[in-house]
Every structure is written in C-alpha cells, then in structure tokens.
Design a protein around this ligand. Structure first.
Ligand code: NCD
Ligand code: ZN
Length: 352
C-alpha cells in the first residue's frame, strides 16, 4: 500500500505575477513573498503607474530597501503599457537589465487600470519592437466593453483582441496572466512556444460558489472573477499537465480589510502568506504533486530566459492555521489585511 507523501522537496519557486504596492503597504507585505520565492515579476499598477524605465528602476530600489536585511529576493520589474508608450522606451527598459516585461491592462479592466490601453492599434509599433527584442507582453485578458458580461470577458478578449494581436505579431512573447477559463487554457495550449499563461492558487482551488453561496464573500473576489467548476477543472488539468507554458503566478494583491469589506469592495486576493502551500494543496488534490516543481520552479524561468533556481526548499505535511488578520497599512494609515483563507487550516507548510 502506498503512503501519502509527508514531505516534498523542490527547487525554490518564483512568482511570475505579484502586486507589492508601495510605501507602507509594500513594507508590510514584501517579506511574505521573499520568504517563499526567489524572484517575482512585479506588477506596475501603482498610482501613478510605472510607465518608464526610470520609474521602474526607482521602484526596484524601494523594493530592495523594504526587504529584510538577509533576503536575496529579486524583483523583476515591468512597465505599464499606455497608449503613448514608445518603442524607444521599451528598448531602454530592456537594456536596463531590470525590466523583464511590459504589462497590458485594458483601460478599466481592474484595480488602477484607468491609465491602461484604450486601443491596441495605438501601440502597434511598440509591440513590433517588443517582438523584435524578445520583451514579453503580459496581458490582463479581459475585454472591458460595458455590454460584455463579466463572466464572458476573458473569452471575448481572446476572440476580439488576443487572437488578432498574435496574428499581427506572431513572434511576440505573450503571457496570458491569471487565466480563469477552459477557453484560455485551450487557447494557450493551441498556441506556439511564445505564448504562456500564469494561474493563481484561488482559481485552482475554488469556483464562483466560494464567492457567492451563503452570502457575498469579498475575500474571494478578484479579477478576473472566479468562474464555474468546469473552468476550474480545465485550469487544474493545464497546471498539472507538465506543459511548460503554464506556470505559477499568484496575483497576490493586498487591499486593506476596509477596502475589501465595503459597499464597493476592491478586487484582489492576498495570498503571499501561503502561496506555495496553497498550490501544493491544489496539486495534491489532483494527485499530481510530482508536477508541482515544474509549474512552480522551472517553467516560468525557462519562458523568461532566466536560470532555474539551484537552491531547494521543503514542504511538509503539517496543519497550521492562517491568521485572521495581518498588520498592513494603506494610504489612509494602519489597517488590517485579511489574508486568503483567514482562520482556515492548511495542510502543507514551507520549512523555514
Ligand atoms: C489586482 C490589484 O488589486 O492590483 N486585482 C485583482 O483582482 N487581481 C489587479 C489585477 O491583477 O487585476
Ligand atoms: Zn494582477
């Protein structure tokens, strides 16, 4: 008889989609990511957004300054694409050695996306240069037209924006961020080696019932929003398939409790306190723990053309309770942060 695994070892993971915020908020959360991950792709949706190389380098330094003294965490910076991002700017960004991608937020899609792109045609020359120099475009894949149902926005984005974009720029490296549907998993599966996707822990573990049954649960609300169970199953299949074009990106996105538990609650789930443990649970439930290392620690680095981490980490089967709140601060001052699955018992623990 086979005994269930009590311990797993993997190369240290990286997080290919992370929101760290800035100032006191960043200082409150950055250590959670640094404890788990060696590197992370840092989202540029600050206010004002990180639109230039100069701003990205300054933000990079602020992140390093906020890290615990003994940390070797490496922030990999991104630029926020606007209607006016020039070809020269993306060349400069890549030459800096610190900027690893450019992020497309369709205007109005999510938190701090009002400076996003209103029409992809406006940045076509910039995308041509990105394809030439191999700088990846990271996409928030939702079409934001008011008449498109929020549950259909990812599919509409694929059909009306992403597919035509890749027809115009067949060599462009694209990461379809935080995919949430069977349609997106299929699209990436059917695309070439230049197209990959990240998947969050919440979209692997939960469907939309978690957010809407028995009351409205704001701590399960993020964008793109959780979908039906058949979509969750398609994401599990993609993540555990061993296909190197699906890899880890938490989309951990802290908002204070009062910003989440509000008449107009913010989109975003904070998962950095338990990210790798949450993925381990999802892979274990799928009977695919042996596929976790590729997804969490190898495939993202391979896609970005970076070396795989040599250091190893250990996860042990051990129950622990997620705290109800964590200390946090936003622009309004001190404010508790409710971590994902607050108060719940998790079954894997990363060894210090
Ligand atoms: C993110 C945030 O809060 O910055 N929110 C979210 O729901 N995922 C933005 C984003 O990635 O969409
Ligand atoms: Zn995000």
């Amino acid at each position: 008889m086979q005994h269930p695994l009590q311990q797993i070892s993997l190369a240290r993971p990286d997080d290919w989609h992370l929101h760290l915020r800035d100032g006191a908020a960043m200082a409150a959360v950055v250590a959670y990511s640094a404890r788990q991950f060696h590197r992370a792709i840092i989202m540029p949706n600050l206010r004002p957004p990180v639109t230039t190389t100069e701003l990205a380098l300054a933000y990079h330094q602020r992140i390093l300054d906020a890290l615990p003294a003994d940390s070797d965490f490496q922030p990999l910076m991104t630029l926020y694409l606007t209607d006016t991002t020039s070809a020269d700017e993306v060349r400069r960004a890549q030459k800096s050695g610190y900027v690893h991608a450019v992020k497309l937020y369709p205007a109005g899609a999510t938190t701090h996306s009002d400076a996003g792109v209103t029409d992809l045609a406006k940045v076509d020359d910039t995308l041509t240069v990105m394809a030439e120099i191999g700088l990846p475009l990271l996409v928030h894949g939702e079409m934001t037209r008011a008449d498109i149902d929020v549950f259909d926005r990812e599919k509409a984005f694929i059909d009306n924006q992403l597919a035509p974009l890749l027809t115009r720029h067949p060599q462009l490296k694209v990461v379809f961020e935080h995919i949430t549907t069977a349609d997106a998993a299929q699209f990436v599966h059917d695309s070439g080696a230049n197209v990959a996707a990240t998947i969050t822990p919440q979209h692997l573990l939960y469907n939309r019932n978690a957010m809407l049954v028995g009351g409205m649960h704001p701590h399960f609300y993020c964008l793109p929003v959780l979908k039906r169970e058949n979509h969750r199953q398609a994401l599990i299949k993609a993540a555990t398939s061993g296909n190197p074009r699906f890899f880890l990106g938490t989309d951990s996105a802290p908002h204070s409790r009062s910003a989440k538990e509000s008449a107009c609650g913010c989109a975003g789930i904070f998962s950095a306190h338990a990210a790798i443990e949450l993925y381990a649970s999802a892979f274990e439930q799928a009977g695919a723990l042996d596929r976790l290392e590729g997804f969490a620690s190898h495939f993202g680095a391979d896609f970005y053309g970076l070396p795989r981490n040599k250091e190893r980490v250990t996860l042990v089967k051990q129950n622990w309770q997620v705290p109800d709140t964590l200390p946090f601060a936003d622009t309004a001052g001190e404010a508790p942060l409710v971590p994902f699955l607050a108060g719940e018992t998790l079954h894997w623990k990363l060894q210090p």
